[in-house]
Every structure is written in C-alpha cells, then in structure tokens.
Design a protein around this ligand. Structure first.
Ligand code: ATP
Ligand code: MG
Length: 268
C-alpha cells in the first residue's frame, strides 16, 4: 500500500511560493530557545539542528516539553528567548509573512482535527486554495494524488466521520502535504489510534521519510525510530538530555533518566 514506487514525489515543493528561500544549510535550527508557562520553565535552552531530509524522533516522559517544542517550531506558541530558523529564516511574529512561512511547516497532531462538515477531498484542498491561493482544479488533482499515495483515494467524497481513525490520520497527513511543506512535524500521530491502525499510519510516515521528507516526530514507536530516523532526541524537564542515533540511544542510553524511561516503555 505504501510502497514508494510510482507515487508522486511528496517532498518536492513543485514551484510554490516557498521556492524563493535560500536553500542549502540545515532546514530547522533551534538556538538557545527558552519558554515559560507562568513560573514553569518548559523549554530550557533548547538547541536542535535538523538537516534537509533528516528524520528526528523526539521522545521523553509526559510533560517534558515535546509538544511545546513542536508548537514553538510552528509558532503556535511564542518563545521567550532564542531563535528558530526554518530554511535559514526566522519566522516573523505575526502577519501575512508568518502565515506564508508557517505553511512551510506541516503539522500532524494526535487528534486529526479534520473539518467534520467537509468531505475528505475538501479537507485536503482547503489550505492550498485559501492560503496558497492555488487554482481549484490543480489543487484537486494534487489532492487526489496525495490521497492515492496514502491509500484513501476511494474515500475522497466521504466525510471524516465515515472513516476509521487510521484513515482520518492519513487524510490529515495528506492535508499537510498538500501545502507542500519543507518540514513535517508529527506530535504523537498514532497514540489515539487502535493498535491495528497504528501501522498503516507509520507505513505512510516511513515511506515519506524514505522519499527524503525532513521530519520531526514525537513518538514512542521505537520500531519507527529504528527504521526511519537518523537521530533520536531524548527530552526530560524541558531539556534535551541525549541526542544520538536510534541504535545507540536504544541499546546504550547514556543517562540515568533515559535508561529509566526506556526501561518503562520497553516493559509495556
Ligand atoms: N498552554 C499551557 N499552559 C500552561 N502550561 C502548559 C501549557 N501547555 C503545556 N503546559 C505545561 O508545560 C509542560 C510541557 O508540556 P508539553 O505538552 O510540551 O509536554 P509533552 O512532553 O508533550 O507531554 P506529553 O507526553 O504528555 O504529551 C507540562 O508541564 C505542561 O503541563
Ligand atoms: Mg505532548
């Protein structure tokens, strides 16, 4: 189903308005980022660099700041200090430029957040037509290719409630890809799914990774991390405590925090 042969290349921007950015160099740079929620220091001097085509898995205990980091990278959350660069550019704080640059960063959440009263096809074309101001027909053609790619083209005219959770999450991925993002963020994309649906979503993500999409993925799915990621970042208490290859991290965690965390998730 998700064999990458023959499908459209999901990683190419294809001449969208984002093509005027510098190119070369890392795609995401997070530099000395700090963030508080009131007294709570949730991101403590975070530094993270993600190269083009790199897949970084972020893991760590609940409350360690994984979601906040993702949301900050997408500017859904303002940061207190530090810098976040996407393809060499700092995201502006607000305005049109922010909307345009934000669509360079696709995001898929645990909850699929599809528009209930729009069809699957409409859900996927909405962003390109409204935000990217793309031609409706061209957007529909591209949307159908993406739905084909995630294995649900035959459901295009249904409504979200008529689909399974795994299918809805695949639509959410297609919807993000329709904006031709440069980097995709996934925040626990499979943790709301029934076990039998987890793999169909991970398969789509794995082939996306193989095709060269730059990805930051918050997940505890170690099979995915080993198969698809170049780097695992372990967070605890708002800090990046370890950063290593999946192989090294899972077989030889350096810190007690990571050892303790792994022993807990491995026994599940
Ligand atoms: N909007 C908010 N207002 C206040 N505190 C928040 C807010 N969002 C998150 N927090 C707090 O910030 C800390 C980090 O939360 P975050 O959601 O980033 O953790 P997480 O690593 O994603 O956890 P989980 O694995 O449970 O999803 C937690 O202590 C959380 O309670
Ligand atoms: Mg979270």
């Amino acid at each position: 189903m998700t064999d990458s042969a023959g499908g459209p290349d999901l990683t190419k921007g294809g001449g969208g308005p984002q093509d005027d950015t510098p190119g070369g160099g890392p795609l995401v740079v997070v530099e000395n980022v700090n963030k508080h929620f009131g007294d709570l220091h949730v991101l403590r001097d975070i530094n993270l660099t993600v190269q083009r085509g790199e897949v970084v898995v972020v893991i760590g205990p609940s409350g360690s700041g994984k979601s906040t980091l993702c949301r900050s990278i997408n500017r859904l959350e303002p940061i207190d200090s530090g810098k976040i660069l996407i393809d060499g550019r700092e995201l502006p704080k607000e305005g049109k430029e922010l909307a345009r640059l934000r669509s360079d960063v696709g995001m898929v959440f645990q909850s699929f957040n599809l528009f209930a009263h729009k069809t699957i096809l409409e859900n996927v074309t909405l962003g390109p037509v409204k935000v990217r101001k793309q031609d409706k027909q061209a957007s529909e053609k591209h949307a159908m290719e993406l739905l084909e790619r995630v294995g649900i083209a035959n459901q295009a005219h249904k409504y979200p409630a008529q689909l399974s959770g795994g299918q809805q999450q695949r639509v959410a991925i297609a919807r993000s890809l329709a904006m031709k993002p440069k980097v995709m963020l996934f925040d626990e994309p499979t943790s709301a799914l029934d076990p039998e649906m987890i793999n169909e979503v991970l398969d789509v993500m794995t082939s996306l990774a193989r095709e060269g999409m730059t990805m930051i993925v918050v997940t505890h799915e170690m099979g995915f991390a080993r198969k698809a990621a170049q780097k695992v970042v372990f967070m605890a208490d708002g800090q990046i405590v370890e950063s290593n290859t999946p192989e090294e991290f899972f077989t030889n965690p350096q810190t007690e925090r990571a050892q303790d965390f792994l022993s807990k998730i491995l026994t599940h």
